[in-house]
Design a protein around this ligand. Structure first.
Ligand code: AMP
Length: 114
């Protein structure tokens, strides 16, 4: 499977405003922010959608959430509140087929989401 733009960011082939990275996870600012803080958290492993995640990915999936919380704290939105979103497949609005968590905050959030 060819790399998506996020796969290229994870490999350092495409630049991004990276806020956190380790051997398994990268977090960077979304180029089209939908809130004052809009960060994407991705695994380096190219999992296309949440549907493709396997039982052996359980620890990695947990780590994505821990990094989301870490970035939220770093960005100063942990206490005011933030939303973590995963769009799975086109009907939910997924456009980049490399699993990612959206971390959105810095403004009031509506419910239900659109
Ligand atoms: P989704 O619609 O859930 O697949 O989210 C994809 C997100 O990736 C969108 O919010 C885009 O604005 C964002 N995006 C696309 N290309 C880049 C890029 N090169 N750097 C940062 N964010 C990007």
């Amino acid at each position: 499977m060819p790399d998506t733009i996020f796969g290229q960011i994870a490999k350092g082939e495409v630049s991004a405003d990276i806020l956190y990275q380790d051997e398994e996870v990268v977090a960077f600012r979304d180029i089209g922010p939908q809130a004052p803080v809009h960060v994407l958290v991705i695994p380096r492993k190219p999992i296309a959608t949440l549907n493709e995640a396997q039982p052996e990915d359980a620890e990695l999936l947990g780590k994505l959430f821990l990094v989301a919380a870490r970035v939220a704290a770093q960005e100063g939105i942990a206490e005011s509140g933030y939303r973590v979103v995963v769009n799975c497949n086109a009907g939910a609005g997924q456009t980049v087929f490399h699993l990612h968590l959206h971390v959105l905050g810095g403004r009031p959030m509506q419910w239900p989401p659109g």
